[in-house]
Design a protein. Structure first.
Length: 281
């Protein structure tokens, strides 16, 4: 196990949901946490949280879509704290709607935050990790990075890309003392749905998806009660940071295990029929 107190942990998207829960959970357990947000107001709220905990949590402005913002933030953290032991790539949002209705710009934005944002962070942090002989990169993926549901094609594509990148980098970085780990949460009670971007053409009467969207929305509401406390993900992230030899993938939530297992052992047509019935009929 590693010493919590020695760990400087940078978490992107720490203003809300899983990132916020993880920042507070780790800070309470003695990690030196740097939580980021694009918004000065949300950073202030994070700082107030830090005061309540009694320090150990610092807020830094960061937009993962900007090269300049990322390099300035990472430089300032290294200058102030000497190193970054753990990077948690958590910042992301969902693009929702039938794939045909996504504009090129909407899909581009989705990848810019969820995939290129994470890559930009890794590129910025790696030189310092290599200089200090090690570190851990935790990429927060999703059940949608393994099993895709209807109307989540853009979001799932960005998480599949993150999974693919992580698979390659774990081989490349492991001999250099850097661990790459994927966390795959199921359904958690956060602001994710509120922050979700609905494709501007999703509801267009010219598109043929209206009846399917209506059924999906009705079905989807049934699952709201299953959304779990994001602290569960925070605990998994804490476990990864403390593990001497963490696994590569951590699923969080029974529905992830069920989905991954179902997709791998059931005949494809049966799996498609079951998922359609659960979500669209
Ligand atoms: N909630 C779920 O059920 C669920 C399930 C599977 C996976 N996940 C994954 O868990 C992670 C956290 O999601 P959440 O559910 O906690 O969502 P959330 O409550 O909406 O929080 C998203 C965070 O991402 C930040 N963010 C968004 N765009 C950003 C950008 N361009 N630059 C920097 N920060 C940005 C936001 O910060 P600011 O707006 O303050 O900048 C916010 O703190 C995501 O990777 C998501 O894909 C969530």
């Amino acid at each position: 196990m590693t010493d919590d107190k020695a760990s400087t942990v940078l978490i992107t998207g720490a203003s809300s949901g899983i990132g916020r829960a993880s920042a507070l959970y780790l800070a309470e357990r003695g990690c030196n946490v740097i939580g980021t947000s694009r918004s000065p107001a949300r950073l202030d709220a994070l700082r107030r949280d830090a005061e309540r905990i009694g320090g150990g949590l610092h807020g830094v402005a960061l937009d993962v879509r900007s090269d300049r913002s990322v390099s300035e933030a990472v430089e300032s953290v290294i200058e102030a704290h000497g190193r970054i032991d753990v990077l948690v790539n958590n910042a992301a949002y969902g693009l929702w709607g039938p794939a045909q209705t996504f504009s090129m710009g909407e899909l581009d934005d989705q990848f810019e935050t969820n995939f290129f944002g994470a890559f930009r962070m890794i590129k910025a942090v790696l030189p310092s990790m290599l200089e200090h002989g090690g570190g851990t990169v935790i990429n927060v993926s999703s059940v949608e990075g393994r099993v895709v549901t209807p109307f989540n094609g853009g979001y799932a594509a960005s998480k599949f890309a993150l999974e693919g990148l992580s698979e390659a980098m774990r081989f490349e970085l492991w001999p250099l003392g850097i661990r790459v780990v994927l966390v795959e949460p199921g359904l958690f009670a956060t602001d994710f749905e509120r922050n979700q971007v609905v494709a501007s053409d999703a509801e267009s009467p010219e598109m043929p998806y209206g009846p399917m969207l209506a059924k999906y929305r009705k079905r989807r509401r049934r699952y709201d009660g299953f959304a779990k406390d994001p602290v569960r993900v925070a605990k998994v992230i804490h476990r990864i940071i403390r593990a001497r030899r963490p696994r590569f993938r951590y699923r969080v939530g029974g529905e992830v295990t069920l989905g991954v297992l179902g997709a791998s052992i059931l005949p494809e047509r049966l799996f498609q029929a079951l998922l359609s019935r659960a979500l669209m009929r």
